[in-house]
Ligand binder design. Structure first.
Ligand SMILES: Cc1cc2nc3c(=O)[nH]c(=O)nc-3n(C[C@H](O)[C@H](O)[C@H](O)COP(=O)(O)OP(=O)(O)OC[C@H]3O[C@@H](n4cnc5c(N)ncnc54)[C@H](O)[C@@H]3O)c2cc1C
Length: 261
């Protein structure tokens, strides 16, 4: 079984994000980074699948050269191979362009039975890229997976979380899953694997190498951010003090004044 996991480098969530109003971007330069946490659940799920069914896990990122650090975390957990797509033309890509690029990269790397993504990245929080990759590749998808129940030669059955509760879904292979935190507990890298990961060569591919049309990505993406801003802090509520009857009267009076009742 060949498994590919898409992992994204995100700003460390211990850092309060700063916004650049001029570019409508979150400031990422000089900010500590981490692997988006749901992607670690995806790597863990991939490693468990190959432990049970054989094969190997590959990890893939789209981003700049610093994303090699992110990919090395995947390798140190147990992934066999890592790939980076880095091309200046990809800067300012929206979620469609990111899905398109990842799908093109996956096709150029090889054949995979299972592709895993996090349910969402914790910086831009779109939750669209996994579904977008499956659509671009024309394969089945099961989103918000919190348990992989069974894998056969042709199918994978998983439990997914939905607003209505939980659903058990069977999909044909190849399949793309987006992973919930409750799916598993990501393992810690071993010292031996960390050393190997630090020495590993990570192939870097540009748009031409993966057959992606540079005219469809980056600044040519179908959508553009018009405005990025931090919402104004909410006003604190008013505390009414006094006897219960008096508080009730004042509260009703205020609700009438504000035309709420
Ligand atoms: C017009 C526009 C311009 C933008 N410009 C920039 C920019 O200049 N720089 C920038 O950093 N962001 C930019 N973004 C945000 C960027 O599009 C998103 O970060 C990206 O498309 C993924 O969306 P997300 O992080 O919300 O992913 P989600 O859909 O929440 O991610 C789900 C999963 O998809 C996978 N995934 C997502 N992105 C990657 C990746 N890069 N590599 C590997 N796996 C991945 C992971 O498994 C992740 O858990 C821009 C967005 C728009 C709309």
């Amino acid at each position: 079984m060949n498994v590919l996991v898409c992992i994204k480098q995100v700003p460390d969530n211990a850092v309060v994000p700063k916004l650049d109003a001029a570019t409508n971007r979150v400031v990422k330069d000089g900010v500590e980074t981490m692997v988006s946490p749901f992607d670690l659940n995806a790597v863990e799920a991939g490693l468990k699948l190959v432990e049970e069914h054989g094969g190997e896990v590959s990890v893939l990122s789209v981003g700049d050269d610093s994303c090699k650090t992110t990919l090395r975390i995947g390798l140190s957990m147990g992934a066999a191979k890592a790939y980076l797509v880095n091309d200046p033309a990809l800067e300012d890509s929206d979620t469609w362009a990111t899905s398109y690029t990842l799908a093109k990269a996956i096709k150029s790397i090889g054949e995979f039975d299972v592709i895993l993504c996090g349910k969402q990245a914790i910086d831009d929080d779109a939750g669209q890229v996994g579904a977008g990759i499956a659509e671009q590749l024309g394969i089945s998808q099961i989103t918000y997976v919190n348990e992989i129940k069974e894998v056969t030669a042709d199918t994978l059955t998983a439990k997914r979380v939905s607003p209505a509760g939980e659903e058990v879904v069977e999909a044909k292979l190849p399949v793309l899953l987006t992973c919930e935190k409750s799916l598993n507990e990501p393992r810690y890298p071993t010292l031996k694997r960390t050393r190997m990961a630090n020495r590993a060569e990570i192939p870097v591919m540009d748009c031409a190498a993966i057959g992606a049309d540079a005219a469809k990505v980056g600044k040519n993406s179908p959508s553009a951010i018009k405005k990025l801003y931090t919402p104004a802090p909410r006003q604190s509520g008013e505390l009414i003090k006094g006897e219960a009857e008096e508080i009730g009267k004042i509260a009703v009076q205020k609700l009438v004044e504000q035309k709420i009742i």
